[in-house]
Design a protein around this ligand. Structure first.
Ligand code: SF4
Ligand code: SF4
Length: 359
């Protein structure tokens, strides 16, 4: 017999959903949703599951990951129940439930998240204090004289291993939840090929975003942030490979890729920050504190990267090393929280597309 969680709608509301009790099932939201198809009724099915407290069915559903939060359903809902806001809240709910050991709970409650961010930052600062070189070059900026290449390499490998292990565990929980609900695509080579192709196309072009009619620039802002982040990651990998002499590339290659990607990320981020500040779009009406932390950390990671390069250009070693330390702390906080915060959708969304059997 299916378990009913009577507290579910209260928990989802605390995660940013609107007043679901106002919904009288008129179906307008499903009629206007550009993603609503016969077999997937956006977003009414999720409203029903939430009101009935059917946690297992929510966790077995790909819908919260497929919704692009265009807000059309919320804008047209005659009862102002904000069904689009519910989809975002259900994402946060799923991130909490899919996370191994429920670690994500720490990032989604006001008090615990404060402790989690302070703890992560303290760990990052402690690591820098332990691993920084005592004789950093004071004559000219040389970042690897502040923290050695070997230490950065060890830290990088450890962080990537942690993220990979956490995501594997989280994905396993998600997979089991979807399978239990009978929502995953049946496994066959043909299905695998078809769904992988569909998911890859969607990740690269994010075409479904374009189906949201209210604001087409949001698709491009999302593409800028996603591709910008991947570009910065690529630039970091290239610079490490160059420093270790694994690949014979000039350093400016990674500098150009990193700078262009960082600029793209900032443009996309700027758009999202403006949207959340002016709160006119349904998308930005109910920002959760975790959304702001994510935006702030990403912005700090990028800008501190530019600042440290600027200080190097100005030949100011002490300022450059401070900026480098801030950059490392911001990147550490951002990366370590990836599997447990909003950023996790970079994995869950493609996985949901894949498990749901994209057409
Ligand atoms: S959320 Fe609003 S539009 Fe959707 S079924 Fe309920 S009342 Fe109607
Ligand atoms: S926010 Fe947009 S995509 Fe999501 S359920 Fe509402 S109308 Fe559909």
């Amino acid at each position: 017999m299916e378990r009913v969680d009577l507290d579910l709608s209260r928990e989802v509301r605390a995660l940013g959903a609107g007043d679901l009790d106002a919904c009288y099932s008129c179906g307008v939201c499903s009629a206007v949703c550009p993603l609503s198809k016969d077999e997937i009724s956006f977003p009414r099915r999720m409203i029903r599951y939430t009101m009935l407290g059917l946690e297992a069915r929510i966790l077995a559903s790909p819908e919260p990951w497929l919704c692009y939060y265009c807000g059309e359903c919320s804008a047209t809902c005659p009862r102002e129940a904000d069904p689009g806001g519910l989809m975002m809240a259900l994402r946060r709910f799923a991130i909490r439930r899919y996370s191994v050991g429920r670690v994500a709970d720490f990032f989604y409650s006001a008090f615990a998240s404060g402790i989690a961010w302070v703890a992560l930052t303290a760990i990052a600062i402690a690591l820098i204090l332990v691993f920084r070189e005592p004789d950093a070059n004071r004559e000219q900026v040389e970042f690897l004289s502040f923290i050695s290449l070997e230490n950065i390499h060890v830290a990088g490998v450890a962080i990537v291993a942690f993220i990979g292990a956490a995501f594997l565990a989280n994905m396993w929980i998600m997979y089991r939840a979807m399978k239990r609900g009978g929502r995953g695509a049946a496994f066959s080579i043909d299905n695998l090929r078809k769904t992988t192709r569909g998911a890859a196309r969607e990740i690269v072009l994010q075409k479904r975003f374009g189906e949201c009619e209210d604001d087409r620039f949001r698709r491009w802002a999302h593409i800028l942030v996603s591709w910008g982040f991947m570009g910065m990651f690529l630039a970091t990998c290239i610079i490490a490979a160059v420093d270790f002499e694994w690949i014979p590339l000039p350093r400016w290659v990674s500098l150009v890729i990193g700078s262009v990607s960082g600029a793209a990320t900032l443009v996309g981020l700027g758009y999202y920050v403006r949207l959340r500040f002016d709160r006119t779009s349904p998308y930005a009406k109910r920002s959760h504190p975790s959304d702001w932390v994510f935006l702030a950390l990403l912005a700090l990671s990028v800008t501190s990267g530019y600042v440290m390069l600027a200080f190097r250009f100005l030949d100011m070693p002490a300022a450059a090393y401070w900026a480098f330390a801030v950059h490392l702390v911001a990147v550490f906080d951002l990366l370590m929280s990836v599997p447990f915060t909003k950023f996790a959708h970079v994995i869950y969304r493609p996985a949901a597309l894949w498990l749901a059997g994209v057409k």
